[in-house]
Write a new protein. Structure first.
Length: 269
């Protein structure tokens, strides 16, 4: 598919040469700057207004197309087959990288795609465990994917020791304590790629963290029960933004392999 970057289809200011400076007052329609070009932020811009303009765009152009499917989901309720646990990073668009739509994924997102271990001193959090239990026991999902990504700020913070700073811990520092197991694993058995070297220590922690969080996920009794019965698969995934490439953990080798465009996603049982 070819992405057309002509500004006449994306911007309110008409056709503009992509190499020319942006004219005064040039503004892009909501959510279009991410594809094709980059626009200069306008001083005093109104993010709320931009969000509402995006909603109006949805009502004008998209709502009619998806209304029948959403009406069906409203009648029948949600029946997702997968739980997708990912980082809250704004660059990670889960529906885009999984080609999914409404009703497909039950999604949990948090800083660092972490799964707190029950009763972890000074760090535990029940919100993730509650979502996992609901997905497994009530929705009866058949797979759980933990997805990390390149350049993760949470992994950078862990390497910088933010979670161990002296004084009263901030909410972020307390939350990052749930990543201590990943740091310990990095020192013992760092994760690797099957077909390329890791870019740096941050990337190595990013993929090692995915492996560790899969282990911590098994501390949830509902997950352990269904995995051992063969009713549930656990999948580790990593997404490299710069290459637009997804990698999936092969639990037989313990390495992350690239997902090819002409092959199915390699899942780890």
């Amino acid at each position: 598919m070819t992405l057309h970057t002509s500004h006449d289809s994306q911007c309110d200011a008409g056709t503009v040469d992509s190499h020319a400076p942006h004219p005064a007052g040039h503004r892009c329609r909501p959510w279009t700057p991410w594809v094709g070009h980059h626009c200069i932020e306008q001083p005093g811009g109104d993010p709320h207004g931009r969000l509402l303009a995006g909603v109006r765009g949805f009502q004008a152009h998209t709502a009619e197309l998806v209304r029948p499917e959403l009406a069906r989901l409203a009648r029948e309720g949600q029946r997702p087959s997968q739980l997708f646990l990912a980082c809250a990073d704004s660059r990670l668009v889960t529906s885009m990288i999984t080609s999914s739509g409404p009703g497909d994924l039950f999604t949990v997102r948090n800083i660092g795609n972490l799964v707190p271990v029950p009763h972890e001193p000074g760090a535990a959090d029940d919100s993730v465990a509650a979502a996992v239990q609901y997905a497994v026991d009530v929705l009866q999902v058949r797979s759980i994917t933990i997805c990390g990504h390149s350049g993760c700020g949470a992994m950078n913070a862990l390497l910088d020791g933010v979670h161990e700073q002296p004084g009263r811990p901030t909410p972020l520092a307390r939350w990052l304590r749930n990543g201590r197991g990943s740091l310990a694993r990095l020192a013992r058995v760092p994760a690797e790629f099957a077909d390329r070297p890791v870019a740096d220590r941050v990337e190595q922690l990013c993929i090692t963290n995915v492996v560790q969080q899969l282990d911590q996920l098994m501390a949830n009794p509902a997950v352990e029960r269904r995995v051992l019965s063969g009713e549930l698969q656990l999948i580790g995934m990593y997404f490299d933004f710069a290459a637009a490439q997804a990698y999936v953990l092969d639990q037989a080798t313990g390495r992350f392999g690239a997902v090819a465009s002409r092959q199915g996603i390699i899942s780890a049982a």
